[in-house]
Design a protein around this ligand. Structure first.
Ligand SMILES: Cc1cc2nc3c(=O)[nH]c(=O)nc-3n(C[C@H](O)[C@H](O)[C@H](O)COP(=O)(O)OP(=O)(O)OC[C@H]3O[C@@H](n4cnc5c(N)ncnc54)[C@H](O)[C@@H]3O)c2cc1C
Length: 474
């Protein structure tokens, strides 16, 4: 069996893993990053296309948290993780949440000034900016609808660098942190799935992995490391720890931002290459309204989710775009690794309050889209009713039921929470797993609750902070 030695093993190369690897390698540590997915150059696939789903998504995009209703979710699985497929919208963790989490979970060194310092550094490092010119039509629709209703909206900055001609390039991990890590000597090994961690004498000694070669042949590899960072994301990290026999505080408390959609038809063409940068924040942080990827495939899916005849709208898909209302949920879920199966079972229990907030969100979304000139609204609710005017929106109140609502999410967090409150948190204030001194988690799993905003900024901020703590103490 092949045996590889490293000082620090980083499992997963997404927002958390790439940030960890760059920071440790630049501080002179020997780092090996292993990533289950392939290395697909960022420019090899068209953003939000079917090819991208095939090449870069886990299970090609199809997964669901079981519940009533189930919530479909998506994760990246490629070098760079979900940052390669996301929309790049950037929102710092709100100060009031950081303070709330610090108190509730007893998190050391989690003050607003500390987090702000790291957030600023991340922004300067990867490049966060606003559009250099006017927004595309699909984005302006949200701003326009909000203005007409007297609601607050804003353009979110993104992890983009823009050229003078206005064209932008998303600053994914394969374009930012991973090149920094490799320039400082880190090695990135794609197509290497960690099956389980290995232990001796109360310490983690490394991991057992399966490496897939270019010809499809697989090989079992033993990795030996002085320190291990698990950064597989909020679903895969707890599943790996459970497979490795670590269960206390691992996998419960999963949070997600459930999202309900509307496919909106306009009497004018709408752009489809990018996602809207505007958000309606009138009802934030518990309810946010925004726009989704709207290529033909996504439009078809969103139209079909209403259960209404959609052929005519689909034929006119260039005038249709998909929008959503996302909530900060009171419910929570679990990740459960099942012996003998590769994928864990994921469950999520929405509360009646969550469903009621989703119904309210759907109606506010409809109001904004109608105000912006939409003529037909198809909700992601089976037989929810196609709406043409404000009077029609009332029927959606009773339609958002467990049996009829089609929900999805791309924000998954909180399955291994940080803090000194061991009753609530599976890791300590800096992501260390209790009773295994040299094992840390450093990804979305650590955020103690759903942030109510796009999570990448908070994940990278916390990951950089935790990496510095490691450097200072190990
Ligand atoms: C479609 C989509 C759109 C999004 N849009 C936004 C947005 O606009 N703004 C925002 O802030 N957030 C957005 N997000 C969420 C954001 O991208 C994630 O929250 C963030 O990337 C999570 O970081 P992470 O390090 O926890 O996990 P990931 O970035 O998901 O990285 C985890 C990596 O670990 C690998 N891995 C897992 N298990 C193993 C194993 N056993 N062995 C080896 N490798 C393993 C995975 O293959 C994956 O590549 C979006 C997500 C998606 C899917």
């Amino acid at each position: 069996m092949t045996v590889l030695d490293t000082e620090v093993l980083v499992i997963g190369s997404g927002a958390g893993g790439a940030t960890t690897a760059a920071r440790l390698a630049e501080a002179g540590r020997s780092v090996l990053v292993v990533e289950e997915g392939a290395w697909v150059p960022a420019e090899a696939t068209v953003p939000f296309s079917l090819e991208e789903m095939v090449a870069k998504y886990r299970h090609r995009g199809g997964a669901a948290a079981l519940g009533s209703p189930a919530v479909a979710y998506a994760e990246g699985s490629c070098v760079g993780g979900s940052t390669e497929i996301n929309s790049g919208l950037w929102h710092r963790l709100p100060d009031h949440l950081a303070e709330d989490w610090r108190r509730t979970y007893a998190i050391d060194e989690f003050t607003a000034p500390t987090l702000e310092r790291y957030a600023e550094e991340m922004e300067a490092t990867i490049g966060v900016s606003s559009l250099p010119g006017p927004p595309p039509v699909s984005s302006a629709i949200l701003a326009d609808g909000a203005t007409k209703l007297g609601w607050e909206s804003t353009e979110f900055p993104r992890v983009f660098r823009y050229a003078p001609d206005g064209s932008g390039v998303k600053q994914t991990m394969t374009r930012t942190m991973l090149p920094r890590a490799t320039a400082a000597g880190a090695v990135v090994q794609p197509r290497c799935r960690i099956k389980r961690l290995t232990f001796a004498g109360g310490r983690v000694t490394g991991a057992r992995a399966v490496l897939t070669h270019d010809d499809g042949a697989t090989e079992t590899v033993q990795l030996r490391a002085d320190h291990v960072f698990v950064c597989g994301g909020a679903i895969q990290s707890p599943a790996l720890l459970q497979r490795s026999g670590i269960r206390r505080g691992i996998g419960n408390g999963l949070k997600l931002h459930p999202t309900i959609k509307v496919a909106a038809r306009f009497p004018f063409p709408v752009d489809h290459d990018d996602v809207p940068m505007h958000r309606i924040i009138e009802f934030a942080p518990y309810l946010t309204i925004g726009g989704s990827a709207s290529r033909r495939g996504q439009v078809a899916l969103a139209l079909a989710e209403s259960g209404a005849p959609y052929q005519e709208a689909l034929a006119d898909w260039e005038s249709v775009a998909v929008y959503y209302a996302a909530i900060r949920s009171e419910g929570s879920g679990r990740v459960i690794a099942v012996p003998g199966f590769e994928a864990p079972i994921v469950t999520y229990r929405l509360t009646p309050g969550d469903l009621s907030r989703l119904a309210r969100g759907l109606i506010h979304l409809g109001e904004a889209l109608l105000a912006a000139g939409a003529t037909e609204l198809y909700p992601s609710v089976i037989d929810g009713g196609v709406v043409h005017d404000v009077q029609g929106l009332g029927q959606w109140w009773d339609a958002v039921t467990p049996a009829r609502a089609n929900l999805m999410t791309v924000h998954l967090t909180s399955s291994i929470r940080i803090g000194e409150n061991a009753e609530l948190a599976g890791a300590d204030s800096f992501g260390r797993i209790r009773n295994v001194a040299n094992l840390r988690v450093n990804d979305a799993s650590l955020l103690p609750e759903g942030p109510g905003v796009n999570p990448q900024a908070a994940i990278m901020t916390v990951a950089a902070r935790n990496a510095d703590h490691f450097l200072a103490t190990s």
